[in-house]
Structure formats: structure tokens, C-alpha cells
Design a protein around this ligand. Sequence first.
Ligand SMILES: [Zn+2]
Length: 186
Amino acid sequence: MIFREQLKKAFLTEDAPTLKSISTELNITLDTVRNLQKINTKKLKYIQTVRSKFQSKKYIKKDGEKQLNPDFKFKNFAEFYFWYKIQPRKCFYCKTKEVILQDLYSQGTLSSERGNKRGKSLEIERKDSSNNEYSKKNCVLACYFCNNHKSDIISEDDHVQYFAKSINEYLTTMWKTSNKTLERNS
Ligand SMILES: [Zn+2]
């Protein structure tokens, strides 16, 4: 069990570690690393997914070049990973669960004709728009609909008071209706 933790730590580096770096770090053979990778495929895939999110916020494209985002304040990938892992899997504003969003998209109830890829999963949202920081304090998970709607014009409080409930009602109703249809057709 302790070894698993060590392995995880070895993987919680900003760039995906090489087999060789893990073998050196944990002082084990390359074959052992390969085997451990096989056994832990699911977990490692999850770490990779979170790593992609981390990378996509830490860097910005400016003049066609990848640059450090000056507003990114997470200390390192490990801090980001553990922050992400404990976030409730529902929208901070409208409370819609991520599984509902995933269902709506996988069932095709919601889709974008223009190829908008957002919406399927919760997004990393900065609560305070006057402070653009990506940090443990300022970040929450929010659905695309709330994230897209909230702006520097509509405050967080106003969004929650006037819009969030409707967004939740809309998504939940769509989800219930589509599940009923699926049940009927199966
Ligand atoms: Zn929402």
C-alpha cells in the first residue's frame, strides 16, 4: 500500500514521467514499473486526465507561443491534483451533477452542431472575476452553462439568485425526460 502511494507520487509530476525516471525514483527495475503501470492503468489514466486540465490552465497561447499563465497560482501539479480530486462533482452555482451532464451528452440529448466540445464535463471556474487567479481559493467546478453565462457584468450572487436555479431545472428536466424516453424504448 505504501508502495502504491510512492508510485502515485512519482506520477504526480507536471510532465508525464518516463519509465526510467520512475524506476530511478523508486529504485525498481523497468519491468517492475511496467507491471505496476499495467495494474494501475485506470488510476494512471485519471492522473493523466487531471494533468491535461492542469496544463491547459497553466499555459496560455500568446502570439502563437505557449506561455506561462501569470494568473496560475497552484504551486505544482500535486497541489492541483489533490484540490481537483476533492471537489464535489456538481456545479458550484446551479448544483447540477456532472453525471447528468455526461448522460445528456452521451445520450445525444444535448449536442452542438457547431462542434462546441464544452458542456460534457464540469469546468474549472474562477469565482471572483475581478481576481483572475487560478488558485485553490478562487477555483470551483462549474457547468459550462453557468460558466458561460456568468460574466464580469453579472456577479456570482446575481447569477445564483436569478439564473442558476433555471439552469438546473432545465438540465434536470431534460435529463429526466430523456431517461423516460430511453426506458420506454428499451
Ligand atoms: Zn451550473
